[in-house]
Write a protein that binds this ligand. Structure first.
Ligand code: NAD
Length: 496
């Protein structure tokens, strides 16, 4: 397929129909209340369309459609091979409409088109394919029971899964949940973020075209209200959430107050990227450190937002980092040469600017620090770098923006201590050329993913993804993700 130019994307964006209705029981539907909210593009701050502002009545409709389909087994009762072929067709349709879906993602969220085209959309399709491929290959177990018994250990779908997701990788974070959940035979109600609902609505329509029965996959649009109602709903069996730690805690409380639905949480992070004195390639470490915090405008749960560097190499690394950061000059994300797009919305822009103000008062501003391109009406922030102590607010709290805290250390022990001194535990990285140090440090890092001599690499589906501590529980991706969406059953058969 020929690569599109900036002007092609602009022309396509202006001719695209932006669908804002929820997708419930196989139909596009406005909220029963008739309420809508503005869907604003962060590129120029303009309204793209109206989106259905769903509430409890719409959540009830979606959950009862999902419950009905789970009960009548129109999906869970298909043979694994039949489910797989529907999912594979769905992934093909997403690939066939990839440019349109990538464009929706970019105009809705401000992510660079080069990333949505090359990564978000194909990776979402791949995620569906990956889990579809697993489902006719994984069997249960025959337990080593006494001779007079046959013991079967099988996995069964949990029922109705609510997936509540954020706006930073809108379709991909959703796919990490709905792909294994649907592959395992569950029915799903997806609640995308109110900041980025458009791709979820589009792919739900494609699911029907792929042959998925109506009501198996539903999309309820809106903000915290429908999210909370899903978390409270007695006919939801499992809620799989990606988002902030604050809301994750509320979701757990909702489940505890109601039917003890299974709760799986993928939450925030403040990930340390540790560069030891014996790092073999400072150029590579600097490039990776810039990418770790400026890719996707820093709106990445695993962002390497704390760069811990040995004091003796700090200046050398910083010089290289600042030149690598130049690649991330903010620009219109529809321009395929732009690596740093717009911040998702006005509220997030204000939040990041507040943190930058806090950083100025606590540390030394080394680069960036300003809102730019204000004349466009869009929300853009320069790549920003502070030198701070580990106690600074910018070094402790998740900012979810292009703001890096650089912290110097003197010993490996001190680096590990600082790295682990956070209530998060999503990811970490260490750079060293000593194989002993690499293993020792990575064992001590309390994080669900540890990268060595790289950052944010190896994104393949085979690696489980999730957090220690308050970064969550359970794992997305990999075969382990299927554990979240299945119940384990022991069937114990006495022979005589
Ligand atoms: P958020 O917690 O504000 O919202 C996430 C989702 O929850 C949205 O769909 C939102 O509408 C919904 N929601 C809000 N209040 C709710 C409530 N009371 N009950 C139920 N649902 C509610 O998070 P966000 O701002 O959309 O996303 C940023 C956060 O997501 C960051 O903390 C980031 O680290 C995290 N994140 C984590 C991962 C991961 O895999 N660990 C991946 C991406 C993002």
């Amino acid at each position: 397929m020929a690569q599109k130019a900036f002007s092609d994307w602009i022309a396509l964006a202006s001719s695209l129909a932006y669908e804002g209705r929820a997708f419930i029981d196989g139909e596009l539907q406005w909220a029963q209340s008739g309420r809508t909210f503005d869907c604003i593009s962060p590129i120029e701050g303009k309204v793209l369309t109206q989106v259905a502002d769903c509430d409890g009545a719409d959540v009830d409709r979606a959950v009862s459609a999902a419950r009905r389909t789970f009960k009548d087994r129109c999906w869970s009762g298909l043979s694994p091979r039949e489910r797989k072929s529907v999912l594979m067709r769905w992934a093909s349709l997403i690939r066939a409409h990839a440019d349109e879906i990538a464009l929706l993602e970019t105009v809705d969220s401000g992510k660079p088109i080069r990333d949505t085209v090359a990564f978000d959309i194909p990776e979402s399709a791949y995620c569906i394919e990956w889990f579809a491929e697993t489902i006719d290959k994984i069997g249960g177990e025959v337990a080593p029971a006494p001779e007079t018994f046959v013991g079967l250990v099988t996995r069964e779908p949990v029922g109705v899964v609510a997936a509540i997701v954020p706006w930073n990788f809108p379709l991909l974070m959703a796919a990490w949940k709905f792909a294994p959940a649907l592959a395992a035979g569950n029915s799903v109600v997806l609640k995308p973020s109110e900041k980025s609902p458009l791709t979820a609505i589009r792919v739900a329509q494609l699911a029907i075209e792929a042959g998925m029965p109506r009501g198996v996959f539903n999309v309820v649009t809106g903000g915290g209200l429908p999210g909370k109602q899903l978390a409270l709903h007695d006919h939801v069996d499992c809620v799989a959430f990606t988002g902030s730690t604050l809301v994750g805690k509320q979701i757990m409380q909702c489940a505890a107050q109601t039917n003890l639905k299974r709760v799986w949480l993928e939450l925030g992070g403040k990930s340390p990227n540790i560069v030891l004195q014996d790092c073999a390639d400072l150029d590579r470490a600097a490039q990776a450190a810039a990418n770790a915090i400026f890719y996707n405008m820093g709106e990445v749960c695993t962002a390497g937002s704390r760069l811990l560097v040995h004091r003796k190499i700090k200046d050398a690394l910083l010089d290289r980092l600042l030149s690598a950061a130049r690649l991330y000059e903010p620009g219109n994300p529809l321009d395929p040469s732009v690596a740093m797009g717009a911040i998702v919305d006005q509220a997030q822009l204000a939040r990041v600017l507040d943190y930058i103000e806090a950083g100025r008062s606590e540390g030394k501003l080394v680069a960036g620090g300003a809102r730019v391109k204000q004349q466009t009406g869009g929300f853009y922030i320069e790549p920003t770098v502070f030198e701070v102590t580990p106690h600074a607010k910018v070094a402790r709290e998740e900012i979810f923006g292009p703001v890096l805290s650089v912290i110097a250390f003197d010993t490996v022990e001190e680096a590990v201590e600082i790295a682990n001194d956070t209530h998060y535990g999503l990811a970490a990285a260490v750079w060293s050329s000593n194989v002993n140090t690499v293993h020792e440090v990575s064992r001590q890092l309390r994080a669900g993913t540890v990268w060595v001599n790289c950052y944010n690499e190896g994104g393949e589906m085979c690696f489980p993804f999730g957090g220690y501590k308050q970064s969550g529980n359970g794992r997305d991706k990999s075969l382990h993700a299927l554990e979240k969406y299945t119940e384990l059953k022991s069937t114990i058969i006495r022979l005589r």
